[in-house]
Unconditional design. Structure first.
Length: 650
């Protein structure tokens, strides 16, 4: 692979290695290096360890069935809500399950018993509204406890939730509801963002106009003093829960391979990519990785600062930690509102043991200064984690030193919406850490780095593929797959039998550690959030006066990557200010403010190859101020200088 391709070649890690401290190793959940060999010698059977973390209504017959698609824990039956709530009542009903930190110092806690009651009550309410097993309930909710409660209520009755990030626009909500054929919506009147009220119900109402079919809604009253009138088939969350007070709903026994939830992410087309996670495989996998990588124990207070609207929140705020019976912290708002001390205050007040956040947040903390964490007692911290984007060694070291006192191991966890849980990371008590490198694949996981013909390319950098199935894989990768689908008798352990292309570039060092270099497809990862360039381009070309648009990513100090939109206006639409405003508004309206381009660069023409394709790679190089090299493949090289000078002037 050419190291100049977008996303490759910039994040070479430091070669320094750090050993995990003895004090950490002595108490860790998984500290025996033999775990890797145990999985290799008995694969896929060793995955029973993950299944054994759950309580099953019926045990599986086979760890991995593979005749007609992959079936993890085939024959097994279980309920995800029972596993995250009910089964903990015997030992820790009065332990806090969910500690919510609202904006303005508000807080709320739910013990496992309280969670059990509210989940049952809302499950009864959902049933009364007509929700049946297999129905899709969409949730368009901010970071308030009713969201995890509702997710678990769905799981209890075998309904499938589809959480749509609250920052998404009405259009994005409608597209996802239609795609999932969802007739139920949970939302709320609004929420606060940096002190301002965002009226979420208004956005949901706008979406409802373009949703096919009738929608039954439940609305949580979140805003103080804001009276939101409810229409026909709209129900107040509190009233429903009160009306079903003390009711019990038996958890529905689901097949291990039944859907637990849907989540939409960005792919390379203009439409969102559907990812469906399973009940048994997914839940076992997130419980196992939360235990082995994040070292979570029931007595811990664990905080992942992600939003529940993304996969990180599903797997490592809700399902993984609750399956293990721990106390999971969830926070509303922003890290610098009302003050830049917010994160450290929450850690101190809750005596957080494990903190899991994104590199983009760490880079912002760095910019604000080490004096902020230094002012707080962070001595409760035992382990730190990062997720979502590559972490540069400097940010890794800052996190390790200023947040972890140089004593907490840091796990750099690589995974994706599609993988359900972490696939590549050090095990914090087993492996040495190398800042900037995620680590080896987890036990039982196999990845390789290939060139564009599928040949192994490990050291030089290439395309990262996962070459063995894993329990957290989504339905979309299970269906219609067979081991022996090439007419030969490959055994399931044969790594050449099947692969999942991750669309990330990576290289592997001599110790087998994987360094992730970034996306190699048309997906941009900004602050750990995924956007398809096509989604953004189609919003932009819909603006009157835009002839063509090309969206690429440029490097950004804090956010990792930034969105650059190159736009050529139609004749007669050269008024850039008006066009710029129209473009920003269109992106906000069709996707949401988070997809707003960092830069909009106007050019009379796009640089094109002789066959008429826009040369996006060249546009990315211009955004990054890189040497452009040979331009002979271009039909119109004369536009390049003009675009470069426009970018430089910014
Ligand atoms: O490019 C990789 C990057 O995030 C992408 C997946 O994004 P998403 O599906 O939104 O899931 C984010 C949360 C898991 C990957 O293709 N990515 C994720 N974790 C890392 C990472 N890049 C480098 N290092 C990581 N630890």
């Amino acid at each position: 692979m050419d190291a100049n391709e977008p996303g490759l070649g910039t994040n070479r890690p430091a070669s320094e290695r750090l050993e995990p401290p003895d004090s950490f190793v002595a108490q860790a959940n998984v500290a025996d290096p033999a775990v890797y060999a145990a999985f290799e010698e008995n694969w896929p059977g060793a995955w029973e360890r993950a299944g054994d973390l759950l309580e099953w209504d019926r045990p599986h017959e086979r760890v991995l069935g593979a005749e007609d698609g992959f079936r993890w824990f085939q024959g097994g039956r279980l309920n995800a809500c029972y596993n995250c709530v009910d089964r903990h009542l015997a030992d820790r009903k009065n332990q806090v399950a969910l500690a919510w930190e609202g904006r303005n110092g508000e807080s709320r806690t739910y013990t496992y018993l309280e969670l059990y009651h509210e989940v049952n009550e809302f499950a009864a309410a959902l049933r009364e509204l007509g929700v049946e097993e297999g129905d899709v309930v969409t949730m368009y909710m901010p970071m308030i406890p009713e969201l995890p409660v509702a997710m678990l209520s769905c799981a209890r009755i075998g309904a499938v939730h589809s959480v749509v990030y609250a920052g998404f626009a009405a259009d994005a909500l409608a597209t996802r509801m239609n795609a999932a054929d969802s007739a139920y919506l949970l939302t709320c009147d609004g929420y606060y963002r940096r002190g301002d009220a965002v009226l979420l119900k208004n956005k949901a109402d706008t979406a409802a106009v373009t949703v096919d079919g009738d929608v039954t809604s439940v609305v949580v009253d979140r805003l103080d003093g804001y009276d939101c009138s409810l229409g026909a088939d709209e129900h107040d969350y509190d009233e429903l829960v009160c009306a079903h007070a003390r009711e019990r709903v038996d958890p529905v026994r689901r097949r291990a391979s039944d859907d637990l939830f849907i989540i939409y992410t960005s792919g390379t087309t203009g439409t969102p990519k559907k990812v469906t996670h399973t009940t048994g495989g997914y839940l076992s996998y997130v419980a196992w990785t939360a235990r082995a990588v994040l070292d979570i124990r029931p007595e811990d207070t664990y905080w992942c600062s992600a939003d529940v609207g993304w996969i990180t929140g599903h797997s490592y705020i809700v399902y993984g930690p609750l399956a293990l019976g721990t106390t999971t912290v969830m926070y509303e708002g922003a890290p610098d509102h009302p003050e830049k001390t917010r994160i450290w205050e929450i850690i101190e007040r809750n005596a957080v043991d494990i903190f899991y956040t994104a590199p983009t947040a760490i880079r912002a903390f760095m910019k604000w200064g080490a004096e902020y964490p230094a002012d707080y007692d962070l001595s409760s911290l035992r382990l730190l984690g990062t997720v979502g984007e590559p972490i540069n060694p400097r940010a890794w070291e800052w996190y390790h030193e200023h947040v972890g006192r140089g004593e907490c191991p840091v796990v750099d966890t690589w995974w994706q919406t599609e993988t359900g849980g972490i696939l590549v990371s050090t095990l914090p008590a087993v492996s040495d850490m190398k800042p900037g490198t995620a680590g080896p694949p987890l036990p039982g996981i196999s990845v390789s780095v290939v060139d564009d013909r599928g040949g192994i390319e490990a050291r030089e950098g290439g395309y990262l593929v996962v070459d063995r199935p894993w329990p957290g894989m989504p339905q979309e990768l299970c269906e219609g797959r067979r081991w022996a689908n090439r007419g030969d008798d490959r055994s399931p352990a044969d790594p050449t039998a099947w692969t999942y292309p991750t669309e990330d570039g990576a290289f592997v060092d001599k110790d087998g550690y994987v360094t992730i270099l970034g996306r190699v497809d048309d997906v941009i990862n900004v602050s750990g959030h995924r956007f398809g360039t096509m989604e953004i381009e189609s919003a932009i070309v819909d603006v009157e006066g835009v002839a063509e648009a090309a969206v690429v990513s440029g490097d950004h100090d804090v956010h990792g990557k930034a969105i650059y939109a190159y736009v050529s206006p139609e004749d007669g639409h050269e008024r850039q200010d008006a066009l710029r405003e129209g473009i920003v508004a269109a992106v906000k309206e069709s996707i949401g403010p988070i997809a707003r381009p960092e830069a909009i660069v106007f050019t009379p023409e796009m640089p094109k190859t002789r066959s008429g394709k826009i040369m996006r790679r060249l546009l990315a190089d211009i955004a990054n101020g890189e040497d452009l090299g040979d331009l002979s493949a271009l039909r119109n090289p004369e536009v390049v200088g003009e675009i470069e000078s426009t970018v430089e002037e910014r």
